[in-house]
Design a protein around this ligand. Structure first.
Ligand code: MG
Length: 218
């Protein structure tokens, strides 16, 4: 069972499902040649792929184009279905910085054939999270800076106000389609600047006031 940890507490929470949003920043949709979506694009990762800061990801041998995607991650604190704005806001119990690692060559092949993205998005280490900032410890503004470096070179640099769908809108939307439960994580999409990493690369990522992570590709 994968668990998440908080920055200022010994509490650990078992991770349920990981729900990810695609194309949530206009500049990123553009860089991959995609339309800006009318509704959030949703896909899932199993909790078993979760990796933590200071760990490593084994680069799958069947891909030669693994990409980094830095994202705000939301922790769901209680079961919710068909949330309204207030309920969506209340059910978010923590925030972290995360990586939605993606096998872009595999994804392009799947997209071309109209197949699900699963094998491009699901492999061990495909979701990375920092420790979580509990919402009681921080007033989330939605304007925090988000950035990612590979080997100390800045690759992604934006802020959360550029998200097309806000954290609350995303929780509302997903909870209208499926029940969200305590311990579920939501990856909220990546800004532009995604790119390839290779074995030996060291990724570091940060969301202002929320958290930092680092990970190595092996
Ligand atoms: Mg993503």
């Amino acid at each position: 069972m994968k668990k998440i940890k908080f920055q200022n507490s010994d509490e650990e929470i078992s991770v349920g499902k990981i729900v990810c949003v695609g194309r949530n920043y206009a500049e990123h949709a553009k860089e991959l040649g995609n339309e800006v979506p009318e509704f959030p694009i949703i896909f899932l990762k199993p909790a078993s792929v979760l990796e933590y800061s200071d760990g490593a990801i084994n680069h799958p041998e069947y891909s030669s184009d693994m990409h980094h995607e830095v994202e705000l991650v939301l922790l769901i604190g209680k079961e919710i279905k068909n949330a309204d704005d207030a309920e969506a806001e209340e059910t978010i119990s923590g925030y972290a910085v995360g990586l939605d690692m993606t096998l872009r060559d595999i994804q392009n092949e799947l997209k071309k054939n109209g197949h699900p993205w699963t094998l491009a998005k699901v492999f061990d280490g495909a979701a990375v999270v920092s420790e979580f900032k509990h919402k009681n410890d921080y007033k989330f503004s939605g304007n925090e800076k988000i950035s990612l470096k590979v080997n100390d070179q800045l690759k992604q640099n934006s802020d959360l106000s550029k998200m097309i769908f806000s954290a609350v809108e995303i929780v509302k939307y997903i909870s209208n389609k499926m029940t969200l439960e305590k311990g579920d994580l939501i990856f909220t999409g990546t800004p532009s600047g995604v790119g390839k990493v290779i074995r030996g690369d060291k990724i570091s990522a940060e969301i202002e006031n929320i958290g930092k992570l680092k990970i190595e590709i092996k």
